[in-house]
Design a protein around this ligand. Sequence first.
Ligand code: GDP
Length: 322
Amino acid sequence: MRLFGRNKETDAATSEALARTRRSWFGRLGEVFRGSDVTEELWESLEEVLIGADTGVQTTIDILEQVRARHPSTSEEVRTLLREALVVVLEAPAATPRGQLWGRPDDEAWPAAPALALIVGVNGTGKTTAIGRLAHLHQQQGLKVLAAAGDTYRAAAIEQLQAWGKQIGIEVIAHQQGADAAAVAFDAIEAARARGADLVLVDTAGRLHNKQNLMDELSKVRRVIERGLGRPPDEVLLVLDATTGQNGLSQARAFTESVEVTGVMLTKLDGTARGGIVFAIARDLGLPVRFIGTGQGPGDIAPFEPRAFVESLLGEPATAEA
Ligand code: GDP
């Protein structure tokens, strides 16, 4: 069962979310690729654009070296090779299968219901909004979704998730502020079994008095989920704010060390000109991007499709344009 695939709508949403990145950075390449010669200026421009869009210096150097090593003789060939090299970077994390929901091959069945995704990330990255949108997206696919208000550190987080629940019509399992987050997750699993829910999305705290406390709590939530479910969470999705760029990456490392993150939802891609961060996530963290946040509305989420993403930045292959 594959719930999401590339289609016209996801392509359009991806392209819209990348409008700023294209305007500020990749759009410049149109001019550079106009001439057919492969000049030093071409390579310099490519480097400038990739680094400028937050692709990361080493990632940029590696990608351009790969392209150069193929000795392209026209700028169009450079563009084709670059397109392929970028897709390879984005698809590479999928070679190490992680996660049972969004990362599995098309014909593989979902895990036994309820499937569970633990959603982690720093406050302000758009975690609650992401859960609301993910719930909505899966609901549209015919799944019965339930959310767990596991950020018990902030009353506002519980209320915000409950408000989302009302808006999109899903049940939210919540305890009082200050309650044990792991107990909320455990109750949500029981409730999901009782109600025949297909998918449980568990919110978590994004800030405690210190980082160690937060990581200890997340590890505990994870352990308790494993006990309740009889297996580890099917996915651990890290919500990252694209506008925080390279800083976001160091945040991400802290999470990947404590809870085994299986994928990333990159929010606010529409709010940045530096969408190249996606390549750095794939290469430096080795994590697949699963979803992107494409705007402010409840439906502003798109499954991440590496090829659609790269084509939106560099233009489609010539054959597709013909
Ligand atoms: P949390 O503290 O991590 O739970 O963050 P919230 O879910 O409350 O989101 C923080 C802010 O980011 C809100 O104003 C959201 O509307 C905004 N936001 C979240 N995702 C996106 C996105 O993909 N695009 C844009 N433009 N804004 C977003």
